[in-house]
Design a protein around this ligand. Structure first.
Ligand code: PEP
Ligand code: MN
Length: 341
């Protein structure tokens, strides 16, 4: 349910409506808009309270939200959400470029890559420290030490950093160190992790699982938002199909459909979809052309030596080419804009 306040409603009237919602055993989520505040209501199973709320001072209309996802849907909030990470705005007109190695492997590899990427126009640095690996014998990430290296890379370049929180046990460590918390594809329906992320004041980058429908993705985001964290960035990273020429199949079609139904920003990870570096640039162009708000791309200074996902990592030269090619299809992708140390 969505309670629309009048454009003239005072903060006190908004507070009173929130209190009335709580008194009915439901949960209010105030959504300040350009012209008016709306109050999303969750916890109701039908139209209970609808008439009562419509009578309250400052309320103009009470609308039933028909979709199963509520806070993530455009019914609740028609305007696009812009997630702000330091100087970076995700979901605003300019697509953002998040780049970096699959895993933080060493200080030299990560800080060196961050410096090079910054010079080439990246907006943020990625790097996994707690890695979800298919095999227990594969490199699992540097953990806490990796986070320290990421923080150093941020300090030296000014690039905000994103890294995955793999478990609720290690969530606090990641949360404290990074600017954006990644929830990986394999954890998209780890509901305790999603709830924990919902209690964070850091933005969450939520990756679509390889077998999730659009509705399941939005309901996962709903878990984060319903705990009180409005800053969710959705990420399409490829789904499992019968195709064997790629690691996963990049679902370009979900981008415009998500744009219709949700106000949340959507970025695309062409690297995990491709699994091979030779098609990462064309997939990136396709994603931006289809309306993605940005990309998260794996880049390694020496992919053959990478401890994870080397075959899909772009070299630094290829990353430079990617930025140039995107600049050609979207003139608004300038290099190095606004990055200040
Ligand atoms: C990653 O970003 O390195 C990663 C493991 O991604 P995903 O969860 O999409 O597989
Ligand atoms: Mn990876």
């Amino acid at each position: 349910m969505l309670i629309l306040m009048r454009t003239t409603a005072t903060d006190e009237e908004v507070d009173q409506v929130c209190r009335a919602v709580e008194a009915s055993g439901l949960k209010p989520h105030p959504i300040p808009g350009r012209l008016r505040t709306a109050i999303g209501v969750t916890g109701n199973t039908g139209s209970e309270g609808q008439e009562q709320f419509a009578q309250l001072r400052g309320v103009t209309e009470v609308i039933r939200v028909t979709k199963p996802y509520k806070l993530t849907g455009r019914e609740m909030k028609p305007e696009d959400t812009v997630v702000r990470v330091g100087p970076v705005e995700i979901g605003n007109s300019r697509p953002v470029m998040i780049a970096g190695p699959c895993s933080v492997e060493s200080r030299q590899q990560t800080v060196g890559t961050a410096q090079a990427l910054r010079g080439l126009g990246a907006d943020m640095l990625r790097g996994g420290c707690f890695k979800p690996r298919t095999s227990p014998y594969s490199f699992q990430g540097l953990g806490r030490q990796g986070l320290e290296i990421l923080v150093e890379a941020r300090d030296q370049t000014g690039l905000p950093v994103v890294s995955e929180a793999l478990t609720t046990e290690t969530f606090d460590l990641v949360e404290e160190a990074v600017d954006v918390i990644q929830i990986g594809a394999r954890n998209m329906q780890n509901f305790s992790l999603l709830k924990r992320a919902g209690m964070s004041d850091k933005p969450v980058l939520l990756k679509r699982s390889m077998s999730a429908t659009l509705e399941e993705l939005l309901l996962a985001a709903e878990y984060v938002m319903s705990e009180g964290n409005p800053n969710v960035i959705l990420c399409e990273r490829g789904i499992r199909t019968f195709s064997e020429h790629c690691r996963f199949t990049l679902d370009i079609g979900i981008i415009p459909v998500l744009k219709q139904v949700t106000h949340l920003p959507i970025i695309v990870d062409p690297s995990h979809a491709a699994g091979r570096r030779d098609i990462v640039i064309p997939l990136s162009r396709a994603a931006i052309a289809a309306g993605a708000d940005g990309l998260i791309v794996e880049v390694h200074p020496d992919p053959n030596q990478a401890r994870s996902d080397g075959p899909q990592a772009l070299t630094l030269d290829q990353f430079e080419q990617l930025v140039d090619e995107l600049g050609m299809i979207i003139p608004a992708v300038p290099r190095c804009e606004g990055v200040q140390v």
